[in-house]
Design a protein around this ligand. Structure first.
Ligand SMILES: Nc1ncnc2c1ncn2[C@@H]1O[C@H](COP(=O)(O)OP(=O)(O)OP(=O)(O)O)[C@@H](O)[C@H]1O
Ligand SMILES: [Mg+2]
Length: 207
């Protein structure tokens, strides 16, 4: 369990400041091992719902967490970005870097973004390393469209939202996710339990 790598470009007059409290020290005192739980799936598949419920459960167990949710981050850090392919990639690049900082802070970080492209999720995985937990929230398009919790599918079908994932922009399912949650079939409680079981089995929460 090292700490952040020192990737400092040569030509920028930057010197990496080495923190005096190291990540392994944070792990020892906290009884948890920070991770990035990356929820990916169609709009309406249940990423935010499951991530929030998992976070609630972890907090009730006294664990330190933080949830990075798509719409919230797009309202602030990424409010300059559109939903073009290029800006989606930049959106995920920023979120991956922020989630790496939270990982270094030893938080169990939950990320709920559609993140439709393999390449951008690979970038996040490569950045975080072995504590990256990809969770495919796998509800079929027709179920998501029936739910339509934000009324977005209706608008997308009416042509009011360009580049809408599943309708006018592709979704590339993960090839080797650590977990698949069939939120079209299984209950929310069951999905939460499966994420918690995974964290326990891999010793992300201990003591
Ligand atoms: N088993 C389940 N797991 C999760 N959500 C469920 C389940 N069954 C029904 N739902 C409902 O499905 C909807 C999922 O909406 P949610 O906002 O979580 O999706 P999302 O994946 O975060 O979408 P978006 O990408 O637009 O943010 C909610 O209204 C939720 O109550
Ligand atoms: Mg959401």
């Amino acid at each position: 369990m090292g700490t952040m790598a020192h990737f400092v470009p040569f030509d920028r007059n930057l010197t990496w400041h080495i923190a005096s409290v190291r990540r392994d020290e944070r792990i020892r005192v906290s009884g948890q091992n920070g991770a990035v739980i990356w929820f990916t799936g169609l709009s309406g598949s249940g990423k935010s719902t499951v991530a929030s419920a998992v976070e609630q459960k972890l907090n009730s167990l006294g664990r330190m967490t933080y949830l990075l949710d798509g719409d919230n981050i797009r309202s602030g850090l990424c409010d300059d970005l559109s939903f073009s392919d290029e800006d989606r990639v930049e959106n995920i690049r920023r979120v991956a870097h922020v989630s790496k900082l939270f990982w270094d802070a030893n938080l169990i970080t939950l990320v709920s973004f559609i993140s439709p492209f393999q390449a951008e999720r690979r970038l996040a995985r490569n950045l975080i390393g072995r504590d990256f937990i990809e969770v495919f929230v796998d509800a079929p398009l027709d179920v998501c469209e029936d739910r339509d919790p934000k009324g977005l599918y209706k608008k997308a079908r009416e042509g009011l939202i360009p580049n809408f994932t599943g309708i006018s922009s592709p979704y590339e399912p993960p090839e080797n996710p650590e977990l698949v949650l069939n939120t079209g079939k299984e209950t929310l409680e069951r999905s939460v339990e499966r994420v918690l079981d995974y964290l326990k089995s891999k010793k992300y929460i201990h003591r």
